[in-house]
Design a binder for this molecule. Sequence first.
Ligand code: ATP
Length: 358
Amino acid sequence: MIDVQDVSKKYGDFTALHTVDLKIKKGEFIAVLGPSGCGKTTLLKLLAGFMGPTEGSIAMDGMQVATAKKVVPPEKRNIGMVFQSFALWPHMSVADHVKFPLEYHPNRKKGSKAELESRVQEVLGLVGLETFAKRYPSELSGGQKQRVALARAIAPLPNLLLMDEPFSALDVELRMEMRKEIQKLHKETGASIVFVTHDQSEALAIADKIVVMNAGRIEQIAPPEVIYTRPETPFVASFVGKCNLVEGQWKKEGFVPDGDAKSVWPDLGVARSFKANGIFPVRPEQLQLALAGNAGLQGQVSFVQYQGNEIHYTVEVDGTMWTVHEPVYAPRFHVGDAVSVSLKTAVLQERELAAVLK
Ligand code: ATP
């Protein structure tokens, strides 16, 4: 268990982290998600022990490892690290990269030469590089280099694996492939993982829990499905996927959107902060279009984008732009069409999910 308590970090006069609280359970896979400059790397560096907090403390497995006064350095923590830049040593072979931490990591178990060699082979097998043991970094592709960096990090069985945008140098196909690799390794090693990314689909796809950060603060910590379907702040709603922040009135029976007194949208577990501001956050795929005049809010189609599996509409409703995603088999609309917008029937049936998530 890792316990980050009331941690602030200042660089000179600038506060990069404001009283951050975070608990990471043993074996948990956490994605830290946020825009550039929000403090993701700062949090990771504090977890690694590259620097100490300005205030607050960090404990790992019940032992205090960092306060403003004292910091246990990275080499004395049982951690592994993977960076965006791979950070491989050009003069060392693939096998040597894996062997190095087995010889020098604080968690190493002294064993015979044969045991060492067999662990190197085992770890290379885990990342699919058995046949590349003798190659040097300059003889590897980007994906293979990243696998070496992963193998080096997991070889000494760290309790905590820290990854800073590890796939951002890879192309889309490889990223997808590496995501699966990480999920597999997570299962096999049982290590806790803290994975920094600014890519929301990456965070949604791989983590047990997402920590959404904005301007040095944590906005929400929750499993991916809760982050997406039950955002707690306008920032989370619009940073993780697209979201229409519909204005209206919250009444006992539900939400009545401005401009459509006849509709009552059920409370699907909307966060208190939205209710206090008279807002219903609704995802583009939760809305549907029909010909104008039907029940719903009346609007006009401003843009249409074909996406293969979906059509993305931008609809002007009373001076505000709404985004609506419809499946390709739904009735089609064109720029200039007068339409009505309402909640999809399937969304109304989502009440059951809301009850489970509450
Ligand atoms: P990115 O996604 O762009 O890597 P990040 O969320 O990881 O961003 P950090 O690297 O943690 O952001 O930086 C948080 C803030 O602290 C930024 O505004 C950055 O400019 C500032 N910062 C980081 N390191 C230092 C430093 N050594 N001295 C002064 N300011 C710093």
